[in-house]
Design a protein around this ligand. Structure first.
Ligand SMILES: C[S@@+](CC[C@H](N)C(=O)[O-])C[C@H]1O[C@@H](n2cnc3c(N)ncnc32)[C@H](O)[C@@H]1O
Length: 382
């Protein structure tokens, strides 16, 4: 089978150009309405393997599924194997109705006159939806990294006509760094994954608590609810490094609403622990990092000459140059990861017309990304 000549359009999908890595894989840059993403194409002996590119995966997922189908139809491909489940598609939402916002929106545009409450890892959304209905004058922000849960809550917001919820799929540990200081009334972290074997993945940690205290108004609260005694003890100990807060502890206290996980633990007759921390100081304003963009022109062919797979390690940040993909001598991608060790970002640098930008989106303006960005500029501007 031969690939068609790009650019090519099928249905509403615009397959713009294909970039090939020195190591053999290819990325097909694709646009659908105002969204852009890549499809990975790997040539096998007699056929092709096509799949969603993880780094540029978009939501709702049906867009990516339809893009793969359109690609197959454009090439008159006979599918020898497909794991696209059309049955599941009927439950998928077709748009996010402006409820799901990206991290850049919260870093730059988000404004609200209302009191703000945040729920971290809302899962099925029972607690978040209940609170939003009970408190129509409060602006809720729900954070969740599990995409099907996000789609479920968007659906419920539409069905129940709830207008005071915005959602983000940004990791809560990064998200808190994006908000203004002294703005938030309550932060809920209910039944976080305990990660006993991989504690670095826990939501609760020194930097999360530090940033939560900064965004909380004085008298604002951070509420942790857990069934894990181990996580409770760990969180309590982590809090000892902080001052200027009050701490309240409860055991087996019933709330007005029981979440899906809470029901599960109650059925198993597990104890449920609450730690409620009340902030008691006004924090300094957030340090704003300049836009992480590239102002100078960059020649892709020169960058390609200098490229090697390499690591740059800083005290609390790193850059890992992973791979380079070429469209032609002026155009291509570099695949890299950057930012904090705790929560790094995986990105492409997209080179086109002597300009370079992060793809699919700009790296977030947080401290560790800013430091990594300076190192990337040093590499590109030689
Ligand atoms: C055990 S579930 C609890 C869900 C819900 N709070 C409940 O009580 O039913 C934990 C949820 O946290 C989400 N999660 C884990 N790490 C997260 C992070 N760093 N940022 C945001 N959400 C996260 C998971 O995807 C999962 O849905």
């Amino acid at each position: 089978m031969e690939l068609v000549k790009f650019p090519a359009t099928f249905d509403e999908f615009h397959f713009e150009f294909i970039a090939t890595s020195l190591r053999g894989g290819s990325l097909l840059f694709t646009r659908y309405k105002d969204k852009s993403f890549c499809i990975q194409i790997t040539k096998k002996k007699t056929d092709f393997l096509i799949k969603a590119d993880k780094l540029t995966r978009i939501s709702p997922v049906f867009i990516m599924q339809n893009a793969l189908k359109s690609f197959a139809k454009l090439h008159n491909l006979t599918l020898s194997f497909s794991n696209i489940h059309t049955k599941q598609n009927s439950n998928r939402i077709k748009e996010d109705f402006g409820i799901l916002k990206d991290a850049e929106y919260f870093a730059k545009e988000f404004k609200s006159e209302k009191e703000i409450w945040i729920e971290v890892g809302f899962g099925s959304g029972r607690h978040l939806l209940h609170l939003a209905k009970q408190n129509p004058d409060t602006q809720f922000i729900g954070l969740e990294i599990h995409k099907p849960s996000i789609e479920q809550v968007i659906k419920q917001c539409k069905i129940q006509d709830i207008k005071n919820i915005l959602l983000s799929s940004t990791d809560a540990r990064v998200f808190m760094q994006l908000l203004e200081s002294n703005r938030v009334g309550k932060i809920f972290v209910h039944f976080p994954v305990p990660w006993d074997k991989k504690p670095h993945r826990r939501v609760i940690g020194v930097s999360f608590i530090k940033e939560s205290m900064r965004v909380l108004k004085d008298t604002g609260t951070l509420e942790l609810r857990t069934d894990s005694e181990n996580y409770f003890t760990y969180s309590f100990e982590t809090l000892q490094t902080f001052q200027n807060y009050e701490i309240k502890i409860r055991k087996n206290h019933n709330l007005n609403i029981s979440s899906k996980y809470e029901d599960r633990w109650k059925k198993m007759e597990k104890n449920i622990y609450d730690i409620i921390i009340t902030n008691s100081e006004k924090s300094p304003i957030r340090k704003v990092y300049e836009n992480l963009t590239f102002e100078k022109e960059v020649s892709f062919s020169k960058v390609k000459e200098n490229f090697t797979q390499s690591h740059i390690k800083g005290d609390d940040y790193f850059v890992h140059f992973e791979d380079i993909y070429e469209v032609d001598k002026n155009q291509g991608f570099i695949k890299l990861s950057l930012g904090s060790y705790e929560k790094c970002e995986h990105k492409y640098l997209l080179f086109k017309d002597n300009k370079v930008q992060y793809f699919p989106s700009i790296s977030l303006p947080i401290e560790q990304n800013y430091k990594s960005h300076q190192k990337i500029k040093e590499f590109l501007y030689v």
